[in-house]
Every structure is written in C-alpha cells, then in structure tokens.
Design a protein around this ligand. Structure first.
Ligand code: 5RP
Length: 218
C-alpha cells in the first residue's frame, strides 16, 4: 500500500471515534484531510467540528461540515489529528503543517487525543523529524542561538507565516529522550509561542496504518 492509501485507511478508521451529534476536534494535514473526507462521505451528522487551522476549516466548510469556534465549546470527547513522529508512549512531534499552536489549543479541550498516522511516523525516540517551533519573529535569532547551545540547528521556515502571524523554526539534530521535560523547558523560553513536542497532551490512542491493516496503540 502507498503512504497515501495508509493515510486514507487511518482516516477512515478514526470514524469509529466519531459519535452522531458530537462535537469533534479536528487537526491539520494530509492524513486529517482523509479523515475529513471520510466524515463527509459517511453522512454521519455531527453537531460541529472545532478546527485547528484555516486549511481544515476551509476543507470542512466546503464539504458541508459545520465548524465551531473553540471559545464556543467547554470540552470535547475526542481530538483527531496526525503527527510527524510518534513514539511508543504516545508522545509526538507535530507542526509540519505549521498549525501546532492551534492544534495544542484544541487538543487541550479534548478528553482523548486520537492520533492517525502511517507506520513511517512511529519512532523509538523523537527528534529525527526537524522539530517545528512557532516563535514571535523578533525572538527567532535568540531562540536559534539557544538551540545551537544544545548542539542543534534551527532554521527559519522560509516564506511561512502561521495562522497566528508568527514564524516557524525547524530544529535539526535533537534526540528528545524526555519529551515532557523538553516541552516544559523550551515552552518557557521568551518568544516561543509553542514547541512542537506534544507530551503533556500526548496521544491516548494511535491508529497506525500498516501493510497488515490498522493497528491500535494505546
Ligand atoms: C500539522 C501537523 C500534522 O499533523 C503533521 O505535520 C502530519 O501531517 P501529515 O498528515 O500531512 O503527514 O502537525 O501542523
């Protein structure tokens, strides 16, 4: 199966977590696009979706899925999103699509984070995928120096302005052995809006698309 087919497989599998009449948190990315398509094709009526990006909002609206503001809901049963990397404990690296801040906000509303990913995303240790960090533009150079002091290299993602009007640094050369401590540390550096390590809001369930079918990791 191709990677695209595996993404479609897990996008469809995530429908098992969507109840009629519920409000669902929806992430961002090519895997989530497959989930949105599956939701629209299913005909299942949900009360609405809380979206993590302009991209997902536009796709859902075009398909007739009602979109609610995060401020309109008190909580969500599930948040469904992809990942750039996920380890066996459910910690993730996210932000390849530059939507990490809103993804963390919507994930925080949810009881369960359901991660949908093809098997190439499963790693023993986070850090091979360049870590996205959303930053206030005037702080980018100083934050890059802080990563350099850790032996890593941060590069500004050219031409990208996030939905929040900020910039993205992609950080190479990390091996994140304690994701919770790393997230807590980097998140409080001045000018960091959001670090793309999801440890505090890690996946409760991962639907992993493999050649043998969907594996559910909990
Ligand atoms: C967007 C994300 C995505 O979930 C992540 O980049 C995975 O994307 P894809 O499903 O396209 O591989 O974090 O900010």
């Amino acid at each position: 199966m191709t990677q695209d087919e595996l993404k479609a497989l897990v996008g469809q599998a995530a429908m098992a977590y969507v109840q009629e009449g519920a409000i669902v948190g929806v992430g961002t990315g090519s895997t989530v696009d497959k989930f949105i398509d599956a939701l629209a094709a299913s005909g299942r009526k949900i009360a609405g979706a809380v979206s993590s990006s302009v991209r997902s909002t536009e796709r859902m609206k075009a398909l007739g899925i009602p979109v609610l503001e995060a401020a309109e809901v008190k909580g969500l049963k599930v948040y469904i999103d992809g990942a750039d990397e996920i380890d066996h404990q459910g910690h993730m690296v996210k932000g390849g699509g530059a939507a990490l801040t809103r993804e963390k906000i919507v994930a925080d509303l949810a009881e369960t984070f359901v991660c949908i990913a093809d098997e190439s995303k499963l790693v023993p240790t986070l850090g091979k995928f360049p870590l996205p960090v959303e930053v206030i533009p005037m702080a980018a150079a100083q934050i890059a120096r802080r990563f350099a002091a850790m032996g890593a290299e941060a590069q500004l993602r050219a031409g990208v302005v996030t939905d929040n009007g900020c910039h993205i640094l992609d950080v190479r050369g990390l091996s994140i052995t304690d994701p919770a401590a790393f997230e807590a540390d980097v998140n409080q550096w001045p000018g960091v809006v959001t670090v793309g390590v999801f440890a505090r809001n890690k996946a409760g369930v991962c639907l992993l698309g493999t050649a043998e079918g969907v594996k559910t990791l909990t």
